[in-house]
Design a protein around this ligand. Structure first.
Ligand code: FES
Length: 102
């Protein structure tokens, strides 16, 4: 069974914002797209830039280092949907955000 870990309160992540959390030692980028929360690896495939510090436009985040763009719903890069960072499942329980531990 999938284990989920509490990472923050829903209030900590307003709509249109992103942040970085740690899940079992791994850096995970969290995004709030119109009230839906998504989680992908924080580490950009290009050179390791922090995706959780990128600019979020709708459901696409731009890496702050050199501008690679990722769809936060599935972690795929915009220019090649087969090139992806890891995606994590998210649950909300009592206004608490929980992320899959894998
Ligand atoms: S490290 Fe992300 S675009 Fe270069």
């Amino acid at each position: 069974m999938t284990e989920f870990v509490k990472v923050c309160n829903l209030d900590d992540l307003p709509q249109g914002k992103n942040m970085i959390v740690r899940v079992n030692g791994k850096e995970v980028a969290l995004f709030n797209v119109k009230g839906e929360i998504f989680a992908i690896s924080n580490i950009c495939l290009h050179a390791g830039g922090p995706l959780g510090e990128g600019k979020l436009s709708s459901d696409v985040v731009m890496c702050p280092w050199h501008g690679w763009e990722y769809n936060v719903r599935d972690g795929s890069t915009v220019f090649n949907s087969n090139l992806k960072v890891e995606k994590y499942d998210v649950k909300i329980e009592n206004d608490v955000v929980l992320v899959e531990n894998k």
